[in-house]
Design a protein around this ligand. Structure first.
Ligand code: GTP
Ligand code: MG
Length: 193
């Protein structure tokens, strides 16, 4: 995609201020620190439009990016950040759920997983929850530069078996810039762009 214009439309902290979107959107969900914001920056060819940090829990809002006036990318706050008080974790979960259930223009939810970590309970819950709510999901395995190509393929195959996936996970690295066209391909077909 020729990215002519990217702008941060809004950052939302409470469910009542979620914007009504009239253009297709895709969302990026996953544990804290797996590389969601880095992935968005890499896709958009921008250094830090989605703010990244080595300290987990950086993205605390739902951030909407508008691309070329015809696509929203939505950076969701990461879950499973243990240091946060339970009450705040709960608020996050509510916010994410409200977003996912009330966004009629949402075409695809990318579930981002660090290739070096096995699926956490929360990842499994999210995947099941998306299936149960008929939301289209696609797994992306990030930080693939940290493992060998063979190891990455093995993790991917095991996931396909374990979850009976129709769509193979995408192998991605923001450092090596691999997997970009595969992610865009999914966005194009889901959003009919
Ligand atoms: N080696 C490597 N490091 C990465 C990659 N993607 C992200 N990182 C690093 O992982 C850390 C977290 O990245 P973020 O993009 O901020 O992760 P996030 O999922 O948005 O985190 P939260 O907003 O806290 O939920 C940063 O130190 C990044 O530099 C990657 O593909 N390879
Ligand atoms: Mg982030």
């Amino acid at each position: 995609m020729n990215i002519k214009k990217v702008k941060l439309l809004t950052s939302v902290v409470d469910a009542s201020s979620l914007p009504k979107s009239s253009i297709p959107s895709v969302a990026f969900a996953g544990r804290s620190n797996v590389g969601k914001s880095s992935l968005i920056n890499t896709l958009l060819n921008r250094k830090n439009i989605a703010r990244t940090s080595s300290a987990p829990g950086k993205t605390r809002f739902i951030n909407y990016f508008t691309i070329n006036d015809n696509l929203h990318m939505v950076d969701l706050p990461g879950y499973g950040f243990a240091k946060l008080p339970y009450k705040i974790q709960n608020q996050w979960q509510k916010l994410i759920e409200t977003f996912l259930l009330n966004n009629i223009t949402l075409r695809l939810v990318f579930v981002i997983i660090d290739i070096r970590r096995s699926l956490m309970d929360m990842d499994l819950q999210l995947l099941d929850w998306l299936d149960n709510n008929n939301l289209n999901s696609q797994i992306i395995l990030t930080k693939c530069d940290k493992v060998s190509k063979n190891a990455a393929i093995k993790v991917s195959r095991e996931l396909v078996k374990q979850r009976a996936l129709i769509n193979e996970p995408i192998l991605f690295s923001a450092v090596k810039r691999t997997g970009i066209s595969e992610v865009w391909g999914k966005i194009f077909s889901a959003c009919s762009l």
